[in-house]
Design a protein around this ligand. Structure first.
Ligand code: ADP
Ligand code: MG
Length: 292
């Protein structure tokens, strides 16, 4: 069926824009009782900035050179923030080869011939790096402050960690409140650590916070909600979210998202306004009532 463009003037003269791909989607929207959100890039801006760079056994600039080099080819918002910061701080550029990205975990590459890994702590361990207690303590300390932590290893040794901060979108809290007022349950799914997820999720008033998930875990979480009889809308932006968007009863891609996310979604928030989630649900109810 043909995509429909719903462009509605909001109550205060605010123009919203959302694309509903097929008429069946209106029905699914009208039944939604649970809205699942990705964290990074969805509830938050997805534009993290580097707040801390803590080297272990190397110079700070060496840590930044290695981190900047291994992240240079990654499209992940964390990677872009790290590369930008490394350049800004004047870290030397390096010869990078054999770049590989593991969604939801991290990246690897050779930098001047040495294997470099950047990502979540468990990813470094999977790649054979040992995490000394002082490193773990520093990871926990930054995570408790709400920082997303990226660990960096070179040649199998941890060389440091980078702490990043991403701000919630300013409409996220009021959206969550309005969803609750409509009796809709809200869930946040993230690959980030539990400490960071709770720091942000509690502030926004999310009912159910689930962290440290890999992309397949996000799909499984949605399946579990559906088995409980819930009708699930999933809101996401990233390439990692495509399978979850496809699994949900309705996938809602936030505007600036990747092509893959947009392909997997039934609704696209073209204007990149998170509060249009509410308008999509309202539209579903209204249209379905009119159509039947
Ligand atoms: P979210 O679910 O919040 O969108 P992701 O699933 O994209 O997060 O990533 C989960 C975690 O994996 C990040 O918090 C980070 O620790 C790690 N990670 C993913 N991609 C990268 C990358 N390019 N560089 C470093 N770490 C990464
Ligand atoms: Mg994301």
């Amino acid at each position: 069926s043909t995509p429909m463009l719903a462009n509605i003037a909001g109550g205060k003269g605010i123009s919203i824009g959302l694309l509903v791909k097929a008429s069946e989607v209106f029905h699914a929207l009208s039944e939604v009782d649970t809205v699942v959100f990705d964290k990074t890039g969805t509830l938050t801006h997805g534009r993290p900035t580097v707040m801390d760079a803590v080297p272990f056994g190397v110079d700070r600039l060496e840590l930044l050179a290695l981190a900047g080099a291994v992240e240079a080819s990654s499209e992940h918002p964390l990677a872009q923030a790290i590369s930008f910061y490394a350049q800004r701080e004047g870290a030397a550029s390096r010869i990078v080869g054999d770049f590989r990205s593991t969604p939801g975990k991290g990246v690897t590459a050779t930098v001047d011939g040495m294997e470099v890994v950047a990502g979540r702590p468990s990813f470094l361990e999977e790649r054979g790096a040992r995490l000394p207690d002082e490193v773990r303590a520093e990871v926990d300390r930054l995570a408790a402050e709400g920082r997303t932590v990226v660990l960096v290893a070179g040649g199998g040794e941890v060389v440091g960690l980078i702490g990043l901060q991403d701000q919630p979108r300013h409409t996220a809290g009021s959206l969550i409140t309005k969803l609750r007022q409509r009796g809709i349950r809200t869930v946040m799914l993230t690959g980030d650590s539990l400490a960071v997820a709770e720091a942000i999720g509690r502030r926004l008033g999310v009912d159910d916070i689930r962290a440290e998930l890999l992309p397949p875990d996000k799909v499984a979480a949605i399946e579990a909600l559906q088995r409980e009889g819930r009708k699930v809308a999933m809101v996401g932006d990233g390439v990692n979210d495509a399978p979850a968007l496809a699994q949900a009863d309705v996938g809602i891609a936030v505007g600036a998202g990747t092509d893959v996310a947009i392909e997997s979604a039934g609704v696209i928030l073209i204007g990149d306004h998170l509060e249009d989630v509410l308008h999509a649900l309202t539209l579903g109810k209204a249209s379905y009532r009119t159509l039947t």
